[in-house]
Unconditional design. Structure first.
Length: 245
């Protein structure tokens, strides 16, 4: 039950394409062209080419690639802003909004040719964005799934609320949760593969596997392969085992 995984992309199309090349290399070595590739969300924000990332993913899916693309909190904030410039995501601190410099919304808008963030009313920015962001992109982002289960693994953006069945998890927890999940050491019944909280290197904690290595902050975008509950980091030199902490 082989599954490939790519962590939080954050607008880095070049890093996304490099991750896909690593996966293609491993596919060829394993003789497996059908195992899915799960993208863990946060497709947009902070990086220079969020539009290019969405274009790349849409093109692959239209071509029939066995890709799964999950929703991250940044993707949800982008969709919310396009629907309503006053939208405030329930997982976001009250004093922040999606266009705040810490969150990277301005970089996403710039990749679509939207200008004036921080210089004019949000309603004007949103009106401009609705004209420049293709409907296909809006529909794609709004329709992303929040989890994907395969074999002995569950793939989500941020994590799960411990002790709550998968079917009762809220979308906000799946795309935003941190402390209650990150601090829990119990067996969740599956290996939870997630991103959202950057770490220095892909880390296997036994009950969960964190794949976000900080692409949104200029660091690496990691690609891994999971077989059962065993995982490897993909590198130009081949697989590197990811051992439990």
């Amino acid at each position: 039950m082989r599954t490939y995984v790519i962590g939080d992309i954050h607008g880095h199309r070049d890093k996304l394409q490099a991750a896909h090349r690593l996966i293609a290399k491993d596919r060829a070595e394993q003789g497996d062209a059908n195992a899915p590739v799960v993208h863990l969300g946060d497709l947009v924000d902070r990086g220079p080419d969020s539009r290019g990332v969405v274009d790349c993913l849409l093109a692959g899916l239209e071509h029939g690639e066995p890709w799964v693309v999950l929703k991250g909190n940044h993707d949800r904030m982008f969709s919310g802003f396009l629907d309503d410039p006053d939208y405030h995501d329930p997982g976001l601190r009250a004093e922040l909004n999606w266009t705040h410099p810490r969150l990277g919304g301005a970089e996403t808008l710039a990749s679509y040719g939207v200008t004036g963030v921080g210089e004019t009313f949000l309603s004007d920015i949103a009106a401009q964005a609705r004209l420049k962001v293709p409907v296909a992109h809006r529909d794609f982002l709004a329709g992303l799934e929040t989890s994907f289960a395969r074999g002995q693994a569950l793939f989500v953006h941020a994590g799960i609320r411990p002790g709550v069945p998968v079917e009762r998890q809220t979308e906000t927890d799946l795309v935003w949760i941190r402390a209650p999940f990150l601090e829990d050491t119990r067996d969740h019944g599956v290996l939870v593969v997630h991103g959202h909280t950057p770490v220095e290197q892909v880390t296997h904690y036994g009950n969960r596997l964190n794949v976000d290595t900080g692409a949104g902050y200029g660091k690496a975008l990691s690609a891994i392969v999971v077989e059962g509950q065993v995982a490897w980091l993909l590198t130009p030199r081949g697989r590197v085992p990811l051992r439990h902490e």
